[in-house]
Design a protein around this ligand. Structure first.
Ligand code: UDP
Length: 341
């Protein structure tokens, strides 16, 4: 069965392609390589001994998008990852974020409708919940104001798909809300390739440990949490990837109750910044150079998922814990140094 993956050379996209190929899907990968590296295709091939068909296409180009989707209208579904994802950059350049993330989604949906491709899986984010009042966050936790233009593009994207689903009973949709994806494939052949100084905690930790960055600042240790630092739900990227294969299969098998279903993808466990650092130090056997600094503006104090729905409906379980994730992130950082990425 053929599946179209947009943003397939990116961090989660590349890991998902590996999982799909390992489950015998044929993969059509679309990416404009604006925020990713073609090396991902090599890594995917080394792991799976299979090659996705690759199109270097900007999904904001409607004609180019429609042409590829028409060519592959026999696909069983589309998994749509392609998007800009830096929270800070989205605050600086909101128009660029709205234009890119919304135009590309619209073009893909228009193509999907035009060529009757039956199933759609959308990359959403726990950032759609904003500052949630209740923990853990379930799929029914109320959606609050978005904290950034990036998060708002995910809220709008979900709304567009929901509206489209209402009047298109033929097509089936799943919205996957990721918590904090971290780590890399255990082979250390693919992983996240940061294009500039990272903002996220785990690449910041591994780059500090390898000497690319001088030190890590822990943004606040005076929060009302068990050790004073913020709490997040760090989930191994391979667990996230596998959920996409299961979500697509769930739609193919017609197990969905409505034609737009939502699932949280988190481990269900909250881990503090200091606990994440301790897990890294344990598995890498390295002392991390870090200091405690002021709080970061806009940080949510604590957020973690209730993942019961994904476990029950998709028969999905997390195979990796925070230590596995840290070790794989560290192995990948070393591999990137070797590959000069
Ligand atoms: N964090 C930190 N130092 C850094 C980067 C992140 O202390 O250099 C903290 C941040 O305040 C947050 C957690 O690590 O509590 C996760 O941050 P990240 O940006 O990775 O994810 P997000 O805040 O978007 O969930």
């Amino acid at each position: 069965m053929k599946v179209i993956v947009t943003g397939g050379t990116g961090y989660i996209g590349s890991h998902t392609i590996v999982d799909l190929l390992e489950h015998n899907f044929e993969v059509i990968c679309i990416d404009n390589l604006s925020r990713s590296n073609k090396y991902a295709l090599e890594g995917i091939e080394k792991i799976t001994n299979k090659k996705p068909t690759f199109y270097n296409i900007d999904l904001c180009d409607r004609n180019a998008t429609l042409k590829v989707l028409q060519e592959h209208k026999d696909a069983v579904g589309i998994i749509h990852f392609a998007a800009l994802k830096s929270v800070g950059e989205s605050v600086e350049k909101p128009l660029m974020y709205y234009a890119n993330n919304i135009d590309s989604l619209l073009n893909v949906l228009i193509g999907m409708k035009s060529f009757s491709i039956p199933n759609f899986v959308f990359s959403s984010s726990c950032s759609v919940y904003g500052n949630a009042d209740e923990l853990p966050v379930t799929e029914n936790t109320p959606i609050k104001n978005a904290e950034s233009p990036y998060a708002h593009t995910k809220q709008i994207g979900e709304d567009i798909i929901r509206n489209f689903a209402t009047v298109n009973p033929i097509q089936q949709h799943i919205l996957l809300r990721y918590f904090n994806p971290v780590g890399a494939h255990p082979s250390a052949l693919i992983g996240e390739i940061p294009i500039e100084k990272p903002n996220n905690l785990v690449p910041y930790i591994t780059q500090t440990a390898i000497g690319k960055l001088d030190e890590l600042t822990v943004f606040g240790n005076d929060y009302n949490t068990r050790d004073g630092s913020c709490v997040r739900d760090y989930i191994h990227v391979c667990d996230i990837a596998n959920a996409h294969t299961l979500a697509l299969q769930f739609l193919i098998d017609k197990k969905n109750k409505t034609n737009c279903e939502v699932f949280n993808l988190g481990t269900g466990n909250g881990v503090s910044v200091l606990e994440a650092i301790a897990a890294f130090e344990k598995v890498s056997n390295k002392k991390l150079n870090y200091t405690i600094g002021p709080r970061r503006a806009g940080d949510v104090v604590a957020v973690y998922a209730d993942n019961t729905r994904a476990q029950q409906a998709l028969n999905w379980n997390c195979k990796y814990n925070i230590e596995d994730a840290m070790l794989s992130a560290w192995n990948w950082e070393n591999k990137m140094q070797e590959l000069k990425l």
